[in-house]
Write a protein that binds this ligand. Structure first.
Ligand code: HEM
Length: 419
């Protein structure tokens, strides 16, 4: 079940999907066992791990956004952020607008035209997040720039990041070598950082805040000297990065509903089914395949302990497919979420856990549910079609890319036609 076979070959120690390498500078434990995750979460307080921060910083460009900041600063911003989220009744309109724009931009009148859904989605989700979550009025110039930008999901494989971290290859002394390797082998990551920088600059220059928006709060905090200019810019970049996560989830969801047409009627007829479908998409196709936590001082090179971990990586894609935790884990079966409590017990964590879990959780879930309901409604004017030779799994469902920070389906090609 585990895809961590390279680590097995390197004799990483452990059992039941727990991997550790205790003889290096950093000890990293990978786990896909809900009981071990629970034990880790309960035994003492934890925070975001340095390995994850390192990963996110390189992918995100910014060293300053909530996601990479220390707990105290993150809590201060998280609390303010939660007051700026759209009201529940706004989501149907936001989702409908997003989907209409997406389909209109993909529709060129030809039914045979194939589109790579991920890249198209990232563009539209990014505009939607800027307008509705950041709360910015966007100039036509900025919208045009976003429309002209090619969004290509890409980053260095996460296992490689883990190994580099364990061998201390993330330290500034070796950054030149690392940049050369990145340039030669991982241009996707290099490219993402380049466009992130450009977009951050343009949003800063051309976006004006709506009343009471997250952008207006950030500008106020900057004026009052409570956040620095780089921290403010870091939060602007967060919107781009978040659009990758939400686009990945929406992409998998649209491909799943295109394959499983019988759920269109089920979703129309049963109020609860849209949420169940979304939960099942996030179980099998979690945008984040791994993320990690840290407990300071629990393991030191000179004071090795066999039972505690410095970095604890939750291997989400394996946790969500762990056959000890889930019945028929590989089967796409949204109805499983009709059973109360099915997601409890640390076996279902698409948005992480603890006090640094995802702040975009409710926004994302509402966007997914309302998008799905709209796509399944009788008034929806488009049809999604997969190419004849679609490269999915044995049931025709998407296969996610492995080893990436934010994973996307391997084959994301889609045709659309108006009804
Ligand atoms: C389906 C879409 C999404 C998924 C699956 C997702 C998943 C995650 C995960 C796994 C984490 C790490 C949690 C942890 O370490 O415990 C995270 C953190 C975070 N996410 Fe999301 N995310 C999504 C969408 C969004 C959106 C739309 C936003 C927009 C604001 C967002 C903002 C953040 C931020 C700011 C953090 C860091 C929170 C902190 O460090 O305190 N995410 N997300």
């Amino acid at each position: 079940m585990s895809k961590l076979t390279i680590l097995d070959n390197l004799s990483w120690r452990g059992s039941d999907k727990i991997y550790s390498l205790p003889w290096l500078r950093n000890r990293i434990e990978f786990s896909a066992d809900p009981n071990r995750v629970k034990e880790f979460a309960k035994e003492s307080a934890f925070t975001r791990s340095q390995l994850t921060i390192d990963l996110l910083t390189r992918f995100h460009l910014s060293n300053n956004s909530i996601v990479v900041s220390h707990d105290e600063h993150a809590h201060f911003l998280r609390e303010r952020f939660s007051r700026c989220l759209p009201k529940k009744e706004a989501y149907p309109e936001i989702s409908q607008e997003l989907i209409d724009r997406l389909f209109c931009s993909m529709n060129d009148g030809s039914t045979n035209e194939e589109h790579h859904l991920s890249s198209e989605l990232i563009r539209e989700v990014y505009i939607s997040l800027l307008e509705n979550m950041l709360g910015a009025n966007l100039s036509t110039e900025l919208i045009q720039h976003i429309k002209d930008t090619k969004f290509k999901p890409g980053s260095r494989p996460v296992h490689l990041e883990g190994l580099m971290f364990a061998f201390s290859l993330q330290l500034p002394g070796v950054s030149l070598m690392r940049n050369i390797v990145d340039f030669v082998y991982f241009r996707g990551e290099h490219y993402t950082r380049k466009i992130a920088k450009e977009l951050e600059k343009l949003v800063d220059k051309h976006a004006t805040p709506k009343d009471g928006s997250w952008l207006s709060v950030l500008l106020e905090l900057k004026e009052e000297g409570k956040i620095t200019h780089p921290q403010y810019r870091g939060e602007l970049t967060s919107m781009l990065v978040s659009s990758f996560s939400l686009s990945s989830a929406l992409c998998s969801m649209l491909l799943c509903i295109a394959v499983l047409e019988e759920y269109v009627i089920k979703i129309r007829e049963n109020e609860k089914m849209a949420r169940c479908f979304v939960s099942e998409v996030l179980r099998l196709y979690s945008p984040f395949r791994r993320f990690g936590y840290e407990k300071k001082g629990t393991w030191e090179k000179r004071n090795k302990s066999a039972t505690t971990a410095t970095d604890f990586m939750v291997s989400l894609s394996d946790l969500h497919r762990n056959e000890k935790a889930w019945k028929d884990p590989e089967k796409f079966y949204p109805e499983r979420f009709l059973t109360p409590g099915i997601a409890g017990g640390y076996k279902y964590l698409p948005f992480g856990m603890g006090n640094r879990s995802c702040i975009g959780r409710s926004y994302s879930i509402q966007m997914m549910i309302n998008t799905l309901k709209y796509i399944c409604s009788e008034s929806f004017a488009w049809k999604l079609r997969l190419p004849k030779e679609y490269n999915g799994n044995h049931e025709g469902l998407p296969i996610p890319i492995s080893g990436r920070l934010v994973s996307f389906p391997v084959d994301d090609r889609i045709n659309i036609c108006s009804l």
